[in-house]
Design a protein around this ligand. Structure first.
Ligand code: FDP
Length: 333
């Protein structure tokens, strides 16, 4: 018998059936999101052709140059999600404040946070970029959602995922019941199940970090990386280094091959570069659901209580054994 073809639509519906009380609202949120991802994927793949690359002429709130595709992706997600009646508020890495649902549309019980186009400094080089999202249940009672809805700790996420716009477009997501991957078949415009129940290997032989920051790293991080570069047959060292500089691409490889990805704080940027709400939390939820580990060096990322929408955090994430070893070094091994 031929293999079953499972679209993301079907996967979502089958997941919903396992929760007898489900209203279908949450499934609708995921479905609406996939439409936005297909639109962004189409735009990313033709970006070079239609000459929409280049700076849009302004900076985002972090002082990064904003590319046109960032703006496009940001709007595509907002527009796909503003009218369904399932969300009460959104927040995007590209916007300083929370994004309210327009007055004309009903408000629902879910909250969406997203990084519309992660790794955007790689766009002009045709290197893999991505979109990251996470979904929470609202904590405010009714009406318009609030900042408090958007600044909940990561362990409260009810879903998280990312899309990789690479040699193919893939969507990886979790609703707290394992991690599943879908590949976009552009000929039929559907995400098809390609990687069911992804498990990150317990140990990998790769490390991923921007070593250009080496001199600013704290001693523990420096020692850890030097240790991985030393030769030792028994522990299969030296490890290989891989760093794309697009979080989505680096985490995707980490998830599939097993390794450690680290973006530590350093002397110039004590909290590193990555955003807790838009990058670290969703990736940590996914990594944990796949059997991996994620920490800021002191505590589990998902336990961090946010103090602001755009706060940054150090991130050490990946295979259980590799992250445990790194933590030993951070503690002064
Ligand atoms: P980018 O600035 O290109 O958008 O947080 C954004 C991010 O990329 C991540 O995707 C990536 O992991 C990281 O920054 C790369 O930062 P460095 O250039 O400092 O290595």
């Amino acid at each position: 018998m031929s293999k079953r073809v499972i679209t993301i639509e079907r996967h979502i519906i089958e997941g919903e059936r396992q929760h007898p009380g489900a209203t279908g609202n949450f499934s609708a949120v995921l479905r609406d999101l996939t439409l936005a991802f297909k639109v962004i994927s189409r735009e990313v793949s033709k970006a070079g052709l239609v000459n929409i690359l280049g700076l849009a002429g302004k900076e985002n709130i972090h002082g990064d140059a904003v590319k046109k595709l960032d703006v496009f992706a940001d709007e595509a997600i907002y527009k796909a999600m503003d009218h369904g009646g399932h969300l009460c508020v959104m927040a995007s890495e590209e916007n300083e404040g929370v994004l309210h649902i327009p007055d004309d549309y009903p408000k629902g019980k879910y909250v969406l946070l997203f990084d519309p186009l992660d790794g955007s400094s790689n766009i002009d080089a045709n290197v893999t970029i991505g979109t990251i999202f996470s979904i929470y249940r609202r904590v405010s009672n009714s009406g318009k959602g609030t900042l408090a809805d958007c600044t909940q700790p990561g362990y409260k996420q009810i879903a998280a995922g990312y899309v990789v716009y690479g040699s193919s477009t893939m969507l990886i997501y979790t609703t707290g019941d394992g991690v599943h991957g879908f590949t976009l078949d552009p000929s039929i415009g559907e995400f098809l199940l390609s990687n069911e129940n992804i498990r990150v290997p317990k140990r990998g032989r790769i490390y991923s970090a921007n070593e250009g920051n080496y001199r600013y790293w704290i001693a523990g991080v420096k020692k850890f990386i030097k240790y991985l570069q030393d030769e030792d047959k028994a522990t299969s060292r030296p490890y290989a280094a891989r760093y794309v500089g697009s979080l989505v691409a680096d985490i995707h490889r980490t998830l599939l091959y097993g390794e450690i990805f680290l973006y530590p704080g350093d002397a110039r940027h004590p909290n590193g570069k990555l955003r807790l709400m838009y990058e670290a939390n969703p990736m940590s939820f996914i990594m944990e659901q796949a059997g991996g580990v994620s920490t800021d060096g002191k505590q589990r990322i998902l336990d961090v209580v946010p103090t602001s929408l755009h706060q940054k955090t150090p991130l050490f994430i990946g295979s259980e054994d590799n992250v445990a070893l790194c933590t030993d070094f951070l503690r002064g091994r």
